[in-house]
Design a protein around this ligand. Sequence first.
Ligand code: NDP
Length: 789
Amino acid sequence: MTIKDLMQTMDYGPAPESATEALAWIADRPVIGHFINGRFTAPEGETVEVVNPATDAVLTRVGLGTATEVDAAVQAARAAFPKWAALPGHDRARYLYALARHVQKRERFFSVLETLDNGKTIRESRDIDVPLVARHFYHHAGWAELMADDFPGHTALGVCGQIIPWNFPLLMLAWKVAPALAAGNTVVLKPADLTPLTAYAFAEICAEIGLPPGVLNIVNGDGATGALIAGHEGVAKVAFTGSTEVGRVIRRQIAGSGKKLSLELGGKSPFIVFEDADLDAAVEGVVDAIWFNQGEVCCAGSRLLVQEGIAPRFFDRLRKRMETLRGGDPLDKTMDVGALVSRKQLARINGLLAQAEAEGATLHRAPAQMPAQGAFCAPGFLTGTAPAHTVSQTEIFGPIATTLTFRTPDEAITLANDTRYGLAASVWSQNIDRAIEIAAKVKAGVVWINATNIFDAGAPFGGFRESGYGREGGRAGMREYLTAPARPGKPRPDPAPLSGVAPHAGKADRPSIDVTAKLYIGGKQARADGGQSYTVTGKGGVALGQAALANRKDVRNAVEAAGKAGGWGGVTAHNRAQVLYFLAENLSQRAEEFTAALAACGTPKPAEEVAATLRRAFWYAAQADKFDGTVTATKSNHVTLTVNEPFGTMGLIAPDEAPLLGLMSLILPAIAMGNRVVAVASQSHPLLATRLYQVLETSDIPGGVVNLLTGTRDELAKTLAEHDDVAALWYCGSASGVAMVETASAGNLKPVWTDQGLTRDWLDPAQGQGRDFLHRAVQVKTIWLPYGA
Ligand code: NDP
């Protein structure tokens, strides 16, 4: 018998982790209440059971926070905010550092408690969750220290309402709390009612290290408590991780409130295996992608896309590997698979699997004997799943992957992007060209090359599309908890009402030859679909001419044209810069004409506005190849790239003030970063935009990159906000319009940036230009590239 044979025949002995201390801690807390203003308060409302999902044993009870309790927590956080925000960064850093240290000192306790509460294996809570929690607090202690240097002029937002799920209870707390506190915010956090224990123990650590009362408050509860926190008027920012469905509810709930929002939602992430992949490594990758944490991972590689030639071999190896997985008591250190979070989740998964089989898929299940007691779900994968099957599109959130095969890299990309989500992707190929090409083309916020499910506090994490927006971790994550220097601004007056589409008999400033102002779609002037124009009046109510009245159909045409101009995102930044310089050159040749047109509108400083537009074009041309991503220091033997990617098609709603400069201040940064835009010109002064067509036509801007519409601002804005192919929206309109577009954007969860309905002095570069515009024109993609043996 060889050593290999011996190794294969040896059985595992029991290797239980002791739960004595954690169970004693729980026994001392028969009811988990809240942590408000530095005090642990008994719940005043209903309580529900906290269950160990691996044994069905009731561990304790937890309170469901009421409106009074939420209010007390928000008031405490508000009261603590000024002092906490005013502390020197170094002082806040010391607190965060102490939190990191204390988590480390209790790492075994936290790991066991997490495993008891959530059902995840002790191996994962001990080796992944808790170390990452400590790392997160250390990293953000650093940001607190450096805030003044790295984010000059930026300030904290106020009270952050944070709502987290049950799949990584303590880790999600760290991802939310560490950046918020580092930046000088105070927090009201709600853990999931299924898993409140480690957050409560963390609150005890906060008390232990002497964190000032009110800086971190924890209100336990369910969705209703979460809604109370999100809706509280004292909250300045809402950060949510959970399902896309609830993300939408929150988006609508707080629309128009001025609250900043970040959403980390669901995913259906592709795991793409090419025939030149290291197959053994890729099989191990699947273990970490979909069976890690019982598949209860938002970025789980849940759709296996395998190149046709190797598919039978790959699935065969996967099946064999699956046979060796051990499932059972999560406190046993040798287990690979623990329990799901609840029996309810198990029932949901079983329902989806039954549906998959009814739709024609075959389920391959690990033979692992799972305990009869508890919410255990044997790992597996489905073959015969078609893209249209429910399980191919719906997040299973359990240890079961779907599979598809592909022939060519293009087909792999098409399948990978055939989802409404865009959280993560994993690419397996030994061909570096191919792997990087796929990483560039896949629509996902995080891409792992020959790796999966790696996280680090310095590497931004977050989604594209319906996986949400905002990033957690690194510099991009800090930006979510800061606000740029305040700028003055008055509520924007309503635009001139449309004077009607009927002939206008009033005094007119008649040109020598009558000009028909059209729309500009796909590089061509186009008549409005509805065949209507509206009269535009200028200074003194003089009729200046007619502008086309665009409707929903025109918006759709413009979005379609923008969609076809995807090549713009692929040209070099140098080329984009050249086009912007050329645009400035052509505009400068017509400076007098634009100055006169602006004067006719009644603009206060027409010549300055034209000159500022030229300078702005130069500034963004200069930025086109300098607003870079970075290589981030994460783990050893890893290159971690954070790349600024364009959104694709953006909707831009221009302000009424500064009709030329305001419009161009939105278009220039968006196209400099590689986006295509559908821009709605000032409703009151649209004829400036129509003059721009000729400048655009002569400036080598490919057709479809800039599309210009004129008409009723908020009607067009609403259609753009609702449009699924518009990936981001900037809106400079009224306060009520802000609420309208934020609500309408909940469909495909596009990020919406508004100026809260406040005017800007567009002539002032500090207000009308800058890196903030560039940040808003891109989404960060984090690409992980391990190297070495
Ligand atoms: P939810 O999105 O409902 O829960 C996430 C958090 O939001 C919890 O703290 C929850 O409270 C809270 N919440 C629920 N409703 C509201 C509301 N209206 N306003 C504010 N907060 C609210 O996820 P579920 O637990 O219901 O899980 C359902 C599915 O969601 C999973 O099967 C999975 O597909 C997905 N999911 C995705 C996650 C991710 O990380 N992307 C994480 C968790 C789930 P409470 O749980 O206490 O009721």
